[in-house]
Design a protein around this ligand. Structure first.
Ligand code: HEC
Length: 176
């Protein structure tokens, strides 16, 4: 591209920038009208701690590091009101709850519960949970080695309890 062609191109771009910025601002404003449903139910009838002994120490870790995504109670920061963050967070919570919800944990089949403990151990040991995008903002949710140990040992103890209470084949997840 020669000099004149380049400056003509830049000039025509300038003509578009302002309307484009206005359109973008309008779109962002409009997006604020959409408010995803908040994850704030008080129903704890099937809460995990009602079936599995959950020491305070474990509860504290779950509260700090997991419950915002894996329970029916999210603590929303102020910026959760702003789109597109609101939708991004809502999607995360919905996806996370589909996999694992401590508030409704005992509703699921016993084999699924057993498998979820297995997954918890795996995720925590490998450092995949809590999500990196979460600990980046919530620094205190990044688990120490001791906290990881506490959590995985609790999950193992829960699996032991299940093994003592149920026949082995009822704990095996049937894959379709
Ligand atoms: C910021 C939200 C967030 C936090 C906090 C979080 N998770 Fe998750 N978790 C997710 C999402 C989203 C998924 C589903 C998608 C995926 O597997 O990446 C998930 C999936 C899982 C799964 C299922 C994994 C699989 O094998 O499919 C387990 C188990 C899990 N999380 C455990 C935990 C534990 C334990 C904590 C706390 C130490 C935690 N998570 C904290 C968002 C979160």
């Amino acid at each position: 591209m020669n000099q004149t062609a380049l400056s003509a191109f830049l000039c025509s771009m300038k003509k578009f920038t302002r309307p484009l910025l206005y359109a973008l601002a309008a779109l962002l404003l409009l997006a604020q009208l959409y408010r995803p449903e908040r994850n704030l139910s008080n129903d704890q009838t099937h809460h995990i701690s009602l079936k599995y002994p959950t020491p305070d120490e474990v509860n504290t870790i779950l509260e700090i590091a997991c419950n915002d995504c894996h329970s029916n109670q999210t603590r929303y920061p102020w910026y959760a009101n702003i789109q597109p963050i609101a939708s991004w967070l809502a999607n995360h919570v919905n996806e996370a709850k589909r996999e694992l919800n401590f508030s409704t944990f005992t509703k699921r089949k016993i084999a699924v519960q057993n498998h979820k403990f297995e997954e918890i151990i795996e995720m925590v040991e490998e450092g995949n949970m809590p999500l990196g995008s979460y600990t980046w903002v919530h620094r205190d949710a990044a688990l120490t080695e001791a906290q990881k140990q506490t959590l995985t040992q609790w999950a193992k103890a829960c699996m032991d309890t299940l093994q003592a209470q149920y026949p082995a084949d009822s704990l095996v997840l049937q894959r379709k």
